[in-house]
Design a protein around this ligand. Structure first.
Ligand code: GLU
Length: 289
């Protein structure tokens, strides 16, 4: 078993992160497996070395040990680019120059009906896809100054049939079907490379989980919809699909989800207030086995 914790160094780790990390860590350790760390720092405008240092420090304090090497997404931009190039040459991607406002306007055009939202925001109405006239005459390299979107219809049909993933944990093991038509309608052409990043969350997570050999992904239930996208991408790219455990979200006293800016719930704040790692476990309902 190989599990992982994949924080973004864009703010302090809070109770929700501790829950994810401890669940994944304990799952691997109790199975004699491997627990890996991945620093998800593709958003270089928000990632900070001091947050990364704080992540290691908080995890160690919590009693979490990880196997090495630690993967850092900013070291993998070349690999992402290589995959994107191949997908571009295979005619799976198209360049998109729409900004948020263009998408909002195109999606609200009278012929489009109501504006629909998916897990990635407004469902892209396909403006730039429709303007691609000849895929055989694409420039030889994907343009670096544009976003790259996946046209689901170009993925080999057979690869995307009968997809599902296995959910585990909390006593509710079940299989979830991943329906391509649903994805096309409810997610649209997913962005695999953002203009300013050269990759995207979805592409990087799928490639990195495969590169790290992750067999069990433990993460919050807020990413359940994203998992459907990831499973379809894995199938289209011939990568294995891990087992998933989407855990409950840790909420504040008002029942709201914790966010990065909820410094009141930062692990570092509990530490300065004198809490012990076991106090943190108790707070999130995880007693040491
Ligand atoms: N980097 C993501 C986050 O901090 C986690 C993504 C994942 O676990 O797949 O929310």
């Amino acid at each position: 078993m190989i599990t992982r914790f994949a924080p973004s160094p864009t703010g302090p780790l809070h109770l929700g992160h501790a829950y994810s990390a401890l669940l994944a860590h304990d799952m691997a350790r109790s199975a004699g497996g491997t627990f890996l760390l991945r620093i998800e720092d593709i958003d270089q405008s928000r990632a900070r070395p001091e947050w990364e240092a704080q992540i290691y420090d908080d995890l160690e304090w919590l009693g979490i040990t990880w196997d090495t090497p630690v993967m850092r997404q900013s070291d993998r931009l070349g690999s992402y680019r290589d995959v994107l190039k191949q997908m571009w040459w295979d005619g799976l991607l198209y360049a998109c120059s729409c900004n948020r406002r263009d998408i909002q306007e195109a999606a609200s055009a009278p012929q489009e009906g109501a504006v629909n939202y998916g897990p990635d925001g407004i469902i892209y109405p396909g403006t730039c896809r429709n303007s691609v006239t000849d895929r055989d005459h694409y420039p030889s390299e994907p343009p670096p100054d544009k976003a790259l979107r996946l046209d689901w219809s170009t993925f080999p049909k057979g690869a995307l049939e009968g997809l599902s993933f296995q959910e585990t944990g909390s006593g509710n093991d079940e299989k979830h079907r991943v329906d391509l038509d649903h994805l096309v309608r409810n997610v649209g052409d997913v962005v695999l490379a953002r203009r300013e990043m050269g990759t995207s969350y979805h592409l990087s997570v799928v490639l990195d989980d495969a590169a790290q050999g992750v067999t069990h992904v433990v993460r919050g239930e807020d990413l359940f919809d994203a998992t459907h996208i990831h499973v379809a991408l894995q199938a289209g790219m011939g990568l294995p699909t891990p087992v998933y455990n989407h855990h409950r979200l840790i909420r504040d006293n008002d029942g709201k989800r914790l966010a990065k800016r909820d410094d009141a719930r930062a692990i570092s704040k509990y530490r300065t207030d004198g809490a012990s790692p076991n106090d943190i476990r108790a707070l999130i309902g995880l007693t040491k086995s």
